[in-house]
Design a protein around this ligand. Structure first.
Ligand SMILES: CC(C)(COP(=O)(O)OP(=O)(O)OC[C@H]1O[C@@H](n2cnc3c(N)ncnc32)[C@H](O)[C@@H]1OP(=O)(O)O)[C@@H](O)C(=O)NCCC(=O)NCCS
Length: 167
């Protein structure tokens, strides 16, 4: 683990590293093509040096935002990277006009549920057998935007000063 972390808008050059993390982390991973399409939505990466440590993908349509994917490389976890990614994704969705943000999370994924509940997300429903590999229900979580709390996570090593402006 090295140095400080930076958060910025993803570019095409990040996608192979992102897809590598995705395959390591998920049993039913997104393809490289799926990430390529996500570049036109909200897609952020956290980097350290020239390595990608984590990423998040979201979509905003009218006044509704949806967080589609969040993952952090196992060797960079518990440094506040996911919290910073979700906070920034929510800020950018709000800038695009979203008033509510939704996401799905595996029922067994206690770490992610703790992350989202800590940011003010509430459980609003369930999608039965939503996930494959392994098959499992999804909990649907939602939060009103803006989410509560400071704009950045003081004390965490993510450098909030280098977020690319939203275009
Ligand atoms: C869930 C995940 C994204 C968290 O990433 P991270 O960068 O380690 O998370 P953070 O350091 O930002 O942690 C923020 C909060 O999440 C919760 N959290 C994170 N990892 C946790 C764990 N292993 N156990 C319990 N709570 C955890 C905690 O509430 C934590 O706050 P704290 O550090 O003040 O206790 C990461 O474990 C991951 O990539 N998991 C696999 C992919 C995944 O589940 N993605 C989400 C799909 S909805």
């Amino acid at each position: 683990m090295g140095g400080r972390y930076r958060i910025r808008t993803a570019t095409e050059a990040d996608l192979v590293a992102v897809a590598d993390i995705e395959r390591e982390v998920f049993g039913d991973p997104w393809s490289l093509d799926s990430f390529h399409s996500a570049l036109s939505d909200v897609m952020l990466v956290v980097t350290t040096g020239d390595r990608v440590a984590g990423y998040a993908v979201a979509l905003g349509v009218a006044d509704v935002g949806e967080i589609l994917n969040v993952a952090v490389d196992p060797s960079h976890r518990r440094h506040g990277i996911a919290r910073r990614l979700v906070r920034e994704v929510c800020r950018q969705l709000a800038d695009r006009g979203a008033e509510t943000v939704f996401l799905e999370v595996r029922e067994s994924n206690a770490a992610a549920q703790s992350l989202y509940h800590g940011l003010g997300f509430m459980s609003v429903g369930r999608r039965r057998s939503y996930y494959r590999a392994p098959r499992e229900d999804a909990l649907v979580l939602a939060a009103e935007l803006p989410i509560a709390g400071p704009d950045d996570d003081d004390g965490h090593p993510v450098d909030s000063g280098v977020i690319d402006p939203f275009t």
